[in-house]
Design a protein around this ligand. Structure first.
Ligand code: ADP
Ligand code: MG
Length: 318
């Protein structure tokens, strides 16, 4: 069995333009689960992680609407909540799909924390847009009353809250998780770890960690997880077929097999947007640099074909 870390995109789980209902998320996950289950049938030992952008957006909105009666929960708590709900969703659908493929397994969710650095420059310049859109007047008010960083989204016409997106330094539960991995029967479970990039915490020393209002990009967390569990392959599943150069331009070209140095070159020319494709590309490069054998970036349903070298963007070392 080949160990593969698979990161599911938050946007791939909850398609933009949908009605935002849970029923729709279930349908979406059902589709993703089919690909995951057939990869398992073909011999993959999966370790899953996932994003949570749209889901945290919903929780922030619930916070906002309920504010008069229920004191808002801080962002680290919302990340923890998202790990619970998305892990549950993945478990329900993946277990059913695995049973259908005659490879039954229990999906085990491990809520996880990631230590971030209080001196990470991300805290000085928040960059990750979250939650709903606001008018300019609302944005100014929120900036003053709550100290939120706000940015204008020119394309979609409105203002959004920005959260710091620091790099994950250390996965707190890593050692205990590896311990569990060494003792389990690989053919009996599929673990989910570090959902939503992990709950961001600061290490205050003497065993005390403190949650912090930030969101970690799940792509960086996935690379860290893949290195920790020494997986030869990392697959990042999203809502586009792979990595494109000239994305949305007339000269757009989708990359198939590509070397790390070619990809690095495209990245240095600014081909990949900050906060979306950029982190995936950087995570892939980081992973290969640390000894990974192959990094895949593809859409949610193409995983089995991408693993066979027939779909998605496949990055090799060198
Ligand atoms: P996820 O939830 O999967 O992390 P993101 O929105 O963060 O989703 O990243 C995927 C998005 O990256 C795509 O929907 C696409 O719009 C965007 N993107 C930006 N630049 C590129 C590029 N060069 N090639 C492909 N997709 C790109
Ligand atoms: Mg993303």
């Amino acid at each position: 069995m080949e160990r593969i870390v698979v990161a599911l995109g938050g946007n791939a789980l909850e398609r933009s333009g949908g009605d935002g209902s849970w029923a729709q998320a279930v349908v979406q996950m059902r589709e993703a689960a089919r690909g995951l289950a057939s990869a398992v049938r073909e011999g993959a030992e999966l370790i899953l992680t996932h994003g949570n952008g749209p889901q945290v957006g919903v929780l922030l909105r619930q916070n906002e609407l309920a504010e008069r009666e229920v004191p808002p929960r801080p962002v680290d708590v919302l990340v923890a909540e998202s790990q619970g709900q998305i892990g549950y969703l993945i478990g329900q659908e993946l277990e059913a799909a695995l049973a259908r493929e005659r490879s039954p397994r229990t999906v085990l969710n491990f809520p996880s924390r990631m230590v971030v650095d209080a001196k990470d420059p991300a805290f000085q310049s928040p960059s990750k847009p979250v939650g709903r859109f606001y008018s300019e007047a609302e944005a100014n008010l929120l900036r003053k009353s709550r100290g939120w960083a706000m940015s204008r989204d020119a394309a979609r016409g409105g203002w959004r809250r920005l959260l710091p997106s620091p790099r994950p330094l250390r996965w707190l539960e890593a050692e205990a998780f590896l311990d569990w991995m060494a003792r389990r029967k690989p053919a009996s479970t599929v673990p989910i770890v570090a959902g939503g990039g992990g709950i961001p915490v600061l290490d205050r020393g003497q065993g005390r960690c403190e949650g912090v209002e930030a969101v970690i990009d799940k792509d960086y967390a996935a690379a860290l997880v893949a290195r920790t569990v020494a997986a030869p392959r990392l697959a990042i599943l999203t809502d586009v077929p792979g990595v494109a150069v000239g994305f949305h331009r007339t000269w757009e070209r989708w990359l198939g097999s590509v070397s790390a140095s070619e990809l690095r070159e495209f990245h240095s020319r600014g081909e990949f947007s900050v906060g979306s494709m950029g982190p995936k590309v950087e995570a892939a490069l980081e992973f290969l640099n640390a000894g990974g054998r192959e990094a895949l970036i593809c859409d949610t349903t193409s995983l089995p074909r991408a693993l066979r070298g027939q779909a998605g963007t496949r990055v090799r070392p060198g």
